[in-house]
Design a protein around this ligand. Structure first.
Ligand code: DGL
Length: 279
């Protein structure tokens, strides 16, 4: 069979566990589709790494998902979306297979975020890489030029979440400090985007710190799932290459038993995972 015509699950990629918060919503909103999740846990976190390293790591994982015949890969990772997506779309896809697609999480979020703010002042929390890339202010400005965007990097959060340490008193200190640093930039911030797919795990802690202040926290999972649903309706040829038997496969570049244990936190139930190697 011509490789281009092969049908396969949708690939979902993250540096580690964070993309599971997006996958959970994809499974809920697109229950008929098959998904293969790949977490690059062996090399996570990506957040403080250079553009070149994030790009190379992300490309190797996208290639692996393409080797599983995925016609479409979602980078369920803001850092990878900020630092690798455009180069992969513009330079690599044509060499690998121009019929395949790679989509990220920043654009679908930027397309709708302005509808959530009344004060027209929003805050973004993300990894150092995402914040330094300025991707959010640039993308949001295209859709909502009237919205002011403030950002703050939280380099400690992903390691705390990946290591399941986010409920400790030490973690609370860092989480509170970073949140208040964002809010101190403008007292009119009424919407905060959790601009890292790991952060929904600490949403209850953030809500506690925010208290009665009129601030909405926005996670990306439902936004990305809604956007993908719409994309597949508009791209019927690609949609027809995505298999629909409601299966979910989980792969990690690290020890699969650790992945199985941790994933319960993100998905709410235990799953079976597989260790794989990317080139
Ligand atoms: N979940 C990623 C993101 O959305 C991860 C970050 C990391 O590996 O530092 O940015």
């Amino acid at each position: 069979m011509d490789k281009k015509l092969q049908v396969a699950p949708i690939g979902v990629f993250d540096s580690g566990y964070g993309g599971l918060t997006v996958l959970k919503e994809l499974q809920a909103q697109l229950p008929q589709y098959d998904f293969i999740y790949l977490g690059d846990n062996a090399r996570a976190p990506y957040g403080n790494r250079s553009f070149e390293v994030v790009y190379q790591y992300t490309l190797s994982c996208v290639r692996w998902l393409f080797e599983q015949n995925c016609p479409l890969v979602i980078l369920a990772c803001n850092t990878a979306s900020a630092k690798a997506l455009r180069t992969i779309q513009q330079n690599d896809l044509s060499n690998i297979d121009s019929t395949k697609r790679v989509l990220g999480v920043i654009r679908p979020t930027a397309e709708v975020i302005g509808k959530h703010t009344k004060t027209k002042v929003i805050g973004i929390l993300g990894t150092s890489g995402t914040v330094q890339s300025n991707s959010y202010p640039i993308e949001i400005n295209k859709f909502f030029p009237e919205v002011a965007v403030y950002q703050h990097p939280c380099p400690m959060w992903v390691p705390l979440i990946e290591n399941n340490e986010f409920l400790s008193a030490g973690a609370y200190y860092f989480i509170e400090q970073d949140l208040e640093r964002l809010l101190s930039q403008n007292s009119n911030i009424d919407t905060i985007l959790l601009g890292c797919t790991h952060y929904p795990l600490i949403e209850p802690i953030l809500k506690k710190i925010i208290g009665s202040r009129p601030i909405t926290l926005l996670s990306q999972g439902a936004i990305v799932a809604h956007s993908l649903d719409d994309y597949l309706k508009r791209h019927v040829e690609l949609r027809d290459r995505c298999t629909r038997s409601a299966t979910h496969k989980y792969c990690t570049t690290d020890d699969y038993t650790i992945f199985e244990d941790h994933s319960r936190l993100f998905l709410g139930h235990r799953i079976k995972a597989e260790s794989i190697q990317v080139q």
